[in-house]
Design a protein around this ligand. Structure first.
Ligand SMILES: Nc1ncnc2c1ncn2[C@@H]1O[C@H](COP(=O)(O)OP(=O)(O)OP(=O)(O)O)[C@@H](O)[C@H]1O
Length: 323
């Protein structure tokens, strides 16, 4: 018998009643906003999924329902076999939540004290707490920050502190909302490496909302794209690129100005002096293109620009229109 999915969402719906001012008058009318509707998906234990979509698409509303903060107005929802709203306390022991923009730590307390408080709140047995704390502090390189008040931590240190805090009680599912926002490239890389190790070592299921496609590329086997409150794509990232026909851009700085570069698999989009911009399919490897250019030209520099999520989604629609 196959295990039931860890997260099971069927025809989920959430509407909000809002009062909107009528243009040019003081009158207000009641309106119903459908933040999420007809949303169906399931996530198996140990999966790492990206939950992405443009601003206002319904991502936060979904995560709030999955974590029991918000009650659905329709449909069915089970997380770890529990109904999130009804079993909030029990569910809290099974999930961890990290919001990139907010901290769950105590602003004026040293990091260590925040962790100790969480141990008490979650009633984590001391040996398990110690083992987890030691492991995460080592992996996330937080040893020197344990006595620092949270308000004095850098954004990257605070984020690592928040992730540690969310994991001390061994949750089966970790929800991460924009975990790498505002971090430098090195910190982003380290954090992604940590999350991959967490998933490999402990089988923790990750649900990641992000605007950073590289987060998704580094971590997620599968993406669910939500727009206007409902899922418009569910599959591997390569499939999303292929379906949307999205492209990456190779920015080439030649030593000398030249005519537009001609290489198989890429098209020159722009030329400015010795700099040229070439686009190529996002799911293709850049290596043969770079190799062909390097063999024929003297290169001063080279970089790759990833498409952003909004672009990929826009292209998904455009290709849908064409179909
Ligand atoms: N409490 C609320 N009351 C009224 N409308 C709301 C409420 N929360 C969300 N909405 C509306 O529901 C829709 C979805 O919002 P949601 O915050 O879930 O989007 P999101 O995908 O998380 O966006 P972002 O990427 O900007 O955080 C939006 O139109 C939003 O204005």
């Amino acid at each position: 018998m196959t295990a039931p999915p860890l997260i099971d969402v069927v025809d989920l719906e959430r509407t909000f009643d809002v009062r909107r001012r009528v243009d040019g008058s003081r009158r207000r009318v009641r309106e119903s906003v459908r933040a999420v509707h007809d949303l169906t998906f399931s996530v198996g234990a140990g999966e790492m999924i990206g939950y992405i979509g443009p601003n206002g698409a319904g991502k936060s509303t979904t995560i709030k329902m999955l974590t029991g903060i918000l009650e659905p107005t329709g449909g069915h929802l089970r997380v770890a076999g529990l109904e999130p709203q009804r079993n909030r306390v029990e569910l809290a022991r099974r999930i961890g939540v990290v919001f990139g923009q907010r901290t769950t730590l105590w602003w004026d307390l040293p990091l260590q004290d925040s962790f100790d408080l969480l141990q008490k709140m979650y009633r984590i047995p001391t040996d398990r707490y110690r083992a987890n704390l030691d492991r995460f502090v080592e992996l996330l390189d937080l040893g020197d920050q344990l006595d620092t008040p949270v308000r004095q931590l850098s954004l990257g240190q605070r984020m690592r502190g928040d992730i540690t805090a969310a994991l001390l009680h061994d949750p089966e599912i970790l929800y991460l909302d924009e975990p790498t926002i505002g971090l430098d490239v090195v910190s982003k890389g380290r954090l992604r490496e940590f999350l991959r190790a967490l998933n490999a070592e402990r089988g923790t299921t990750l649900v990641l909302t992000t605007h950073d496609l590289q987060d998704i590329e580094a971590l997620c086997d599968r993406v669910i794209v939500i727009d206007h409150g409902t899922a418009v794509f569910d599959g591997p990232l390569a499939g999303l690129h292929a379906q949307g026909g999205s492209t990456r851009t190779l920015v080439v700085d030649l030593v000398d100005e030249a005519d537009p570069i001609s290489v198989p698999g890429a098209t020159v989009r722009r030329v400015e002096g010795p700099r040229q911009w070439l686009s190529f399919p996002a799911d293709a490897s850049a290596a043969p293109i770079v190799g062909a250019i390097a063999a024929a030209y003297d290169l001063a520099d080279l970089s790759i620009q990833e498409p952003d999520i909004e672009d990929v989604i826009r292209q998904l629609y455009q290709s849908g229109d064409r179909a």
